[in-house]
Ligand binder design. Structure first.
Ligand code: ATP
Length: 235
């Protein structure tokens, strides 16, 4: 479904990712791991079209999307739950969800919202609340829900567990597990290894913007020293 070849991306003169290659099959869950500053978020944001690609290529569903805008990628089925959630804090939960479905036909908004509320029943009670007033966990649910309103084929998720109470991490991971069982393809950036390795099929470890290791999640679980070497004690 996704093929990333020799990806180079960064910010102005700063190169954050120096030629990373990986692929993801339909229905697979890939974890991208690494220490702070390794280039995980930059890679994810480049896939979504929010960070400048300086070299290499990104092919999604047999189409070259390397130069496509974020909106075009979203239309083709790539959605992101960004680091820090980035909700429209003065808008209600319902309005945030509607914005997420902007690239899809209005007629499907209601059904898509019902799907999100089935996934996160807690949001039903919060639908008319200001997003900025919600707890961190609830905000993360809105962020995942907003991405799901775009009917993605590939969902990119950055640090879903960051700063959340364990109960809310459970709720978010249960939802991601459910989505995965429906065939959704996932790429997860995480620092919480135990959680992400429970859902991932494969793992890529980045180190200083390069691919340091890749393998199956079971290989990663069985060889903690591989991850120890690159995670900088983050896990
Ligand atoms: P973290 O876990 O801390 O989020 P990361 O692995 O996601 O780390 P990135 O955020 O992709 O790493 O950062 C990779 C490099 O790019 C770092 O050197 C970082 O300082 C730099 N960088 C990230 N965002 C920006 C930005 N907006 N402008 C300039 N440099 C940036």
């Amino acid at each position: 479904m996704l093929e990333v070849k020799d990806l180079v991306c960064g910010y102005g003169h700063l190169v954050a990712v120096h030629g990373v290659s990986f692929s993801v099959a339909k229905g697979e869950a890939l974890a991208i791991l690494g220490a702070n500053g390794a280039g995980k978020t930059s890679t994810l944001m480049a896939l979504a079209g929010h960070v400048e690609v300086k070299g290499g290529s990104i092919t999604f569903a047999d189409e070259d999307v390397t130069r496509a805008s974020p909106m075009q990628r979203c239309g083709r089925g790539i959605a992101i739950t960004p680091e820090g959630r980035r909700l429209f804090s003065d808008m209600t939960v319902r309005e945030n969800l509607i914005v997420g479905g902007y690239s899809r036909a209005g007629a499907r908004t209601k059904a898509n919202m019902e799907h999100v509320l089935e996934l996160f029943p807690r949001l039903k009670e919060r639908l008319h609340n200001r997003a900025g007033g919600l707890s961190g966990g609830e905000q993360q649910m809105v962020s995942i829900g907003r991405a799901m309103m775009a009917e993605p084929k590939l969902l990119l998720i950055d640090e879903v567990s960051l700063g959340l109470m364990p109960k809310n991490v459970d709720i978010c991971y249960e939802a991601l597990d459910k989505l995965r069982s429906t065939g959704l393809t996932l790429i997860l950036v995480e620092q919480s290894l135990s959680r992400v390795l429970s859902i991932a099929d494969r793992v890529c470890v980045l180190d200083s913007g390069t691919l340091a290791w890749s393998g199956s999640a079971s290989e990663a679980r069985g060889n903690p020293e591989i991850l120890d070497a690159y995670m900088g004690g983050a896990h």
